[in-house]
Design a binder for this molecule. Structure first.
Ligand code: PLP
Length: 439
């Protein structure tokens, strides 16, 4: 058996059984008897160990991970520096609640994150255990600070599954069905999705800002009652949809005009994934509030809400959390941010270009792929329909490449930021073969 460090060196899948193998099948059967049937399982992957961009399953198969545990393991699985930071912190202080007391590593991380706020202005930070809790914090702060009730989000967006963030989420009706009533005061507007226009012939004929001004603010709510517009700078679960240049700046301008807070949900697009620390920086737009999670601590549960100092006006006791900003998660985040800032964001930009170029070539070779889009290592492949996307996801899994479908008919590619050019080339070959097998 190889060591965990040797695992990371594999450039290609190595399958010793058909997938899923016997151990995986046995585990899936046990799981099916005791776990919540609400879990949206994609395929029977049962990882035992992982390093870098490589997952070893319980049967000893090696698979190339182009999911990164759903855009989480930014520094790769088990990066030695992150693992060492976790070990060190766990040996010193596992828990003390930062809500009621003071933790050195919590302050270290908040200082670090505040220093990363887009635009370089002064910011404050609230730490959580997950992305959805960070979204909740943003909505609560926006209402508290502005004294306004309404919040606007976008069709196709995903912000989480707790009640506030589920109310913002509008990617699939099933995430909301039978859970109502949801949070009152949440309205939705079309995102700039050139593949799937929500209104009009195409989004470009009916820009979002005109919809907000001409429809929502005319017919449903006065802008003076809107606390925040919550937007993913690149939609994640909605299909890795990249809005056109200038779209986020137009939202910023509209928010400024009406005293509305602009909240950037960077849970999926942040932490170097697009080649910059935050995707919104690609557009030079400064939000009032930024929400982070997923890749922030390389797999330890952590989320963060960063906000311009002037808007963080709430008072002691208005918001807190027992575990949020757990010391071990904070230690992992500090190491993750160091690695992303020093090398991985730049690397994601380079390897992302290679991935996008390779997928472009693949798209030109046949009809199955309708388009590719993305930034850095956040890349979406648009397919003919949902069934094709789901079939391609399964076909890739059978060949040892882990990718996930997203949106209505897309496949999302989000490998760890440490992915090597050789691993990208191998993934492209597998995708090509998988597309071929669909015909
Ligand atoms: N926001 C975005 C953009 C996300 O992609 C997700 C999760 O996929 C969330 C929020 C929720 O994060 P979590 O699953 O950590 O609660």
């Amino acid at each position: 058996m190889s060591t965990i460090a040797e695992l990371a060196l594999a450039d290609a899948p190595r399958l010793v059984t058909e997938l899923p193998g016997p151990q995986a099948r046995a585990l899936v059967e046990r799981d099916a008897r005791v776990t919540s049937p609400s879990l949206p399982r994609a395929y029977p992957l049962v990882p035992a160990r992982a390093a870098g961009c490589v997952v070893e399953d319980v049967d000893g198969n090696l698979l190339l991970d182009f999911n990164a545990g759903i855009a989480v393991t930014s520094t790769g699985h088990a990066h030695p520096d992150v693992v060492e930071a976790i070990r060190r912190q766990a040996g010193e202080l596992l828990h003390y609640s930062a809500s009621d007391f003071y933790l050195p590593v919590y302050v270290d991380l908040c200082e670090r994150l505040a220093g990363l706020f887009p635009g370089g202005g002064r910011a404050r930070v609230f730490l959580t255990n997950s992305g959805t809790e960070a979204v909740e914090a943003a909505v609560k702060l926006a209402r508290w600070h502005t004294g306004r009730q309404y919040v606007i989000a976008f069709f196709g967006s995903f912000h989480g599954r707790t009640y506030g963030s589920a109310s913002l989420t509008a990617s699939k009706a099933r995430y909301r069905a039978r859970f109502g009533p949801l949070l009152p005061g949440v309205l939705h507007a079309p995102y700039a999705d050139s593949f799937r226009p929500n209104l009009g012939r195409s989004e470009w004929d009916f820009p979002t800002a005109s919809y907000l001004e001409g429809v929502l603010f005319e017919r449903l709510v006065e802008p003076e009652e809107v606390a925040a517009i919550v937007v993913e700078p690149i939609q994640g679960e909605g299909g890795y949809v990249v809005p056109p240049p200038g779209w986020l700046a137009a939202l910023r301008e509209l928010c400024d005009r009406h005293g509305i807070l602009l909240v950037a949900d960077e849970v999926q697009s942040g932490i170097g994934r697009t080649g910059r620390m935050w995707a919104i920086e690609r557009e030079g737009v400064v939000p009032d509030v930024l929400v982070a999670g997923k890749g922030i601590a390389s797999g330890m549960p952590l989320g963060a809400m960063l906000a311009r100092e002037e808007v963080v006006t709430w008072t002691p006791g208005t918001h807190g959390s027992t575990y949020g900003g757990n010391p071990v998660a904070c230690a992992a985040a500090l190491e993750t941010l160091r690695l992303v800032e020093d090398e991985l964001a730049a690397r994601a930009a380079e390897t992302g270009d290679r991935l996008l170029a390779g997928l472009g070539g693949l798209a030109r070779r046949g009809d199955a792929i309708r388009g590719v889009r993305g930034a850095g290592l956040m890349v979406g492949i648009e397919l003919a329909d949902h069934e094709t996307a789901a079939a391609l996801e399964q076909e890739c899994f059978r060949r040892g490449l882990l990718v996930l479908s997203a949106g209505d008919a897309a496949l999302r590619i989000s490998p760890p930021l440490v992915v090597t050019p050789a691993q990208i080339d191998r993934a492209l070959e597998i995708l090509a073969a998988a597309v071929g097998a669909l015909d």
